[in-house]
Design a protein around this ligand. Structure first.
Ligand SMILES: [Zn+2]
Ligand SMILES: [Zn+2]
Length: 292
């Protein structure tokens, strides 16, 4: 597995830094309406995103956007040592910070952290455990949140995990949090777009530079097969109908504008073109430079 991959978009670069990639997942675990046979009806998903038996591969990765002298981190994964309800995310020791370093980055060089939403696998590295408490990892960075997501994350606290307390409150308490609109213009060609459904205040990130355009999806899509099956809800989609409508609208726009589409949970070759295919779409991967 390539743990660090980089794509160029005009004068910007997008660098994927993988935390974990899991293969051979029965598709119905994440997409209740799906079967392995349904997945294999779209043979272009093999071998990058599914195996020959129709089980699927999913990845957890963060993306770093470098543009205009600014460095933006998107969706910093699960993190280490977090108490989590899902056993495969609980109390992990991933070498993600080492990979982040191998990609040429240091935490103090991150200017902004963008969160597509505040599920546990998108905020983890925002804090690290030091001297008996969770402290900000990216000490200089402004951390961007939408108001609806903050409220949704506060309500999601339960006895098995408290993502708000261990990964969000320490950022707010340190004065590093900014609440922004779901369509905020961040400058340097970076712009948020509301993509609700998976969560209420979910956003995606548009990147425009020198006439080229990319889109970082977040979780409005989890797997490239959803290009062909935008009706397939993911188990965590909060509003299934809204999520379906978001997928269709965003795939249509991505295809029309021929953007570099970066799928946050997409494995192996996570960036590519969304191409119209009858009434739905397919995904044509675009290889990045393998950095590590
Ligand atoms: Zn999510
Ligand atoms: Zn996720």
């Amino acid at each position: 597995m390539a743990a660090i991959q980089r794509w160029t978009v005009g004068a910007a670069t997008i660098t994927a830094i993988v935390e974990d990639e899991i293969a051979h997942i029965p598709p119905e675990l994440f997409f209740p309406a799906a079967t392995a046979a349904d997945v294999l009806a779209h043979p272009w998903v093999v071998p990058d995103y599914a195996d020959a038996a129709g089980t699927v591969t999913l990845r957890v990765q963060a993306l770093v956007v470098d543009v205009g002298g600014r460095r933006v981190l998107v969706d910093p994964c699960v993190g280490n040592g977090k108490r989590r309800a899902l056993p495969f995310w609980h109390d992990q020791q991933y070498p993600w910070l080492e990979r982040f370093g191998a990609a040429g980055y240091e935490p103090a060089t991150i200017d902004q952290v963008v969160h597509t939403h505040l599920h546990a696998d998108h905020v983890g590295w925002d804090t690290t455990w030091r001297d008996g408490r969770w402290v900000p990892t990216f000490e200089r960075a402004r951390h961007l949140y939408t108001a609806a997501e903050l409220e949704f994350a506060r309500r999601a606290v339960n006895e098995h995990e408290d993502v708000y307390a261990d990964s969000i409150a320490p950022i707010v308490d340190a004065g590093l949090a900014d609440v922004v609109a779901t369509d905020a213009d961040l400058g340097d060609g970076l712009r948020l777009a509301p993509t609700p459904g998976h969560t209420p205040g979910h956003v995606s990130l548009w990147i425009e530079s020198d006439g080229e355009v990319a889109l970082i999806s977040g979780d409005f899509v989890h797997h490239p097969v959803q290009c062909a099956r935008p009706d397939w809800a993911e188990t965590a989609d909060a509003d299934i109908e809204v999520a379906r409508a978001t997928r269709r609208a965003m795939f249509a726009e991505a295809a029309r504008r021929e953007v570099l589409f970066v799928g946050t949970h997409c494995a192996a070759r996570p960036a590519g073109r969304v191409v119209a295919d009858g009434a739905v779409w397919r995904f044509d991967a675009v290889d990045g430079e393998v950095v590590g």
